[in-house]
Design a protein around this ligand. Structure first.
Ligand code: ATP
Ligand code: MG
Length: 453
């Protein structure tokens, strides 16, 4: 039987204080045969050397749900230096707190020493005035480590000593009912680390979990605390939201909780304006496309993701700039790119190595309209051709570009070099080209905005 959300929260807190419920091996479904061999190696080595060793977090949660974990987090009472001494393939990282990465080829097992972080405990954790944790480097016991975890389902510890699971906060029940519930007082926990709000949105999208009422309630109001989070961390979290196979649902959750504006303010404004269903449709299609690529293990790039999220905002900005300052369509478009990407820098910042290619790729949307001559032909060799072409196809699917134009660029790629040469050949009447240039006629106000081919 389910208890109400409020009662369960108290249970979670009381239970942490009371110590863990131990679920013995026969009473749970987590089987060693599903755990990564490398994670097991790390656990066994630690155990053999007299240390405690557990898998915690997403690894345990996902295995209980029958999913295969993205990564494994191991916690231990061994100090980072002791961990390093045990593994040849080990590196200590982190300034805010030190942790060990044990590397096996491409797989990295993260090994963290139990840390004490009980809210209000008299230790030397450092808080900003807002309550945000700045430094957190006091070693502790497993009973204290649990307070560092966010949701009850992330605070299950799989013990390599006897294959039992330690449940400190009612996580097993929340796994069963597919609920995300913060341990402790949500307001305090979000203040400590506002990224937990994004994690709530992300994990509910990824796992198809509901969010407990008390955990969900403060998010809208506290969302602006995300302004204090470094842009690079927001960028990392953005990739986890949008490059893990559940981008479309992530977007929905972010909008539902008023979080999108703290990652992509321009996009949030465009979507809020409401009149722009086309933008929403386009972004959704782009994200679904990304999800399909992730699921079939095709590469995805932040450049494309940001292009999808920022295309309509950039075009709207270009239109505004042109109305205000005049100037050419292309200048306005370039200024709009700079403005939007520039503002983005204070939110989920796109690293520079992606922002210039993104700009090129978006500019190519305009160049695709010209299908004659050497310049057009050279587009096929452009570094961003593939991405720009995919983007054109996506636009065409959403009624944002002429499907015939997209088809033309699809077909041209299937032709032999000789046939391509023929297809790009300049036939006649240069003057018609000049006339076309002189008349701005793109209804959407930016390069490639129109449907004309
Ligand atoms: P994923 O499936 O994305 O890996 P995850 O829950 O494992 O989800 P990680 O970022 O790998 O997420 O973090 C591992 C564990 O560390 C979490 O399960 C949680 O216990 C803890 N954790 C991570 N970030 C936070 C945070 N901001 N606040 C509290 N605990 C956190
Ligand atoms: Mg994880």
């Amino acid at each position: 039987m389910r208890v109400s959300a409020e009662t369960a929260l108290n249970t979670a807190e009381d239970q942490v204080l009371a110590g863990p419920v131990v679920i013995r091996r026969p009473q749970h479904t987590l089987s060693r045969s599903n755990v990564s061999g490398n994670a097991l190696k790390v656990l066994y080595r630690l155990k053999k050397c007299g240390h405690q060793a557990f898998i915690v977090g997403g690894g345990v949660r996902d295995l209980l749900l029958g999913l295969s974990p993205k990564d494994y987090d191991v916690v231990t009472d061994a100090r980072p230096e002791q961990v390093r001494a045990l593994f040849r393939n080990c590196r200590l990282i982190g300034r805010r707190f030190r942790l060990a990465h044990v590397r096996f080829g491409r797989e990295v097992i993260e090994v963290v020493t139990f840390r004490s972080s009980q809210s209000g405990a008299a230790d030397d954790r450092e808080h900003a005035d807002s309550g945000r944790i700045l430094r957190d480097n006091v070693y502790g016991t497993i009973d204290e480590d649990v307070w560092r975890r966010d949701f009850t389902v992330n605070a299950l510890y799989y013990n390599i000593a006897d294959f039992s699971i330690l449940d400190y906060a009612g996580g097993m029940e929340d796994v069963a009912s597919r609920t995300l519930r913060l341990i402790g007082d949500p307001v305090v926990r979000y203040r400590e680390d506002p990224v937990r709000m994004l994690r709530a949105a992300r994990l509910s999208a990824k796992l198809n979990f509901s969010i407990a009422k008390r955990t969900a309630r403060p998010i809208r109001e506290m969302a602006e605390l995300l302004r204090e989070v470094p842009a690079a961390r927001l960028y990392d979290e953005t990739l986890k939201l949008f490059h893990a196979g559940h981008a479309a649902t992530s977007l929905e959750r972010l909008r539902q909780f008023g979080l999108l504006e703290y990652l992509f303010p321009h996009t949030a404004r465009t979507l809020l304006a409401g009149e722009n269903n086309q933008a929403l449709e386009f972004i959704r299609a782009g994200l679904e496309n990304t999800d399909r690529r992730v699921k079939s293990e095709k590469p995805v790039t932040p450049m494309f993701l940001y292009a999808v999220l920022l295309w309509f905002p950039i075009r709207e900005t270009a239109q505004r700039i042109r109305t205000e300052d005049g100037g050419s369509e292309i200048e306005a478009f370039l200024d709009a790119c700079d403005e939007v990407v520039g503002e983005q820098r204070e939110y989920a910042a796109l690293p520079r190595r992606f922002s210039s290619p993104m700009k090129e790729m978006l500019l190519m949307q305009r160049r695709f309209h010209n299908r004659r001559g050497a310049r057009a032909r050279r587009l096929l060799q452009h570094r961003q051709f593939r991405a720009a072409y995919d983007f054109l196809v996506l636009r065409a699917e959403c009624g944002d570009a002429d499907p015939e134009l997209a088809r033309w660029w699809t077909e041209i790629q299937t032709l032999s070099p000789g046939e391509q040469h023929e297809a790009f050949a300049v036939r006649r009447r240069r003057r018609s080209r000049r006339r076309r240039r002189a008349s701005p006629r793109s209804p959407a106000g930016g390069p490639g905005g129109g449907k004309a081919g």
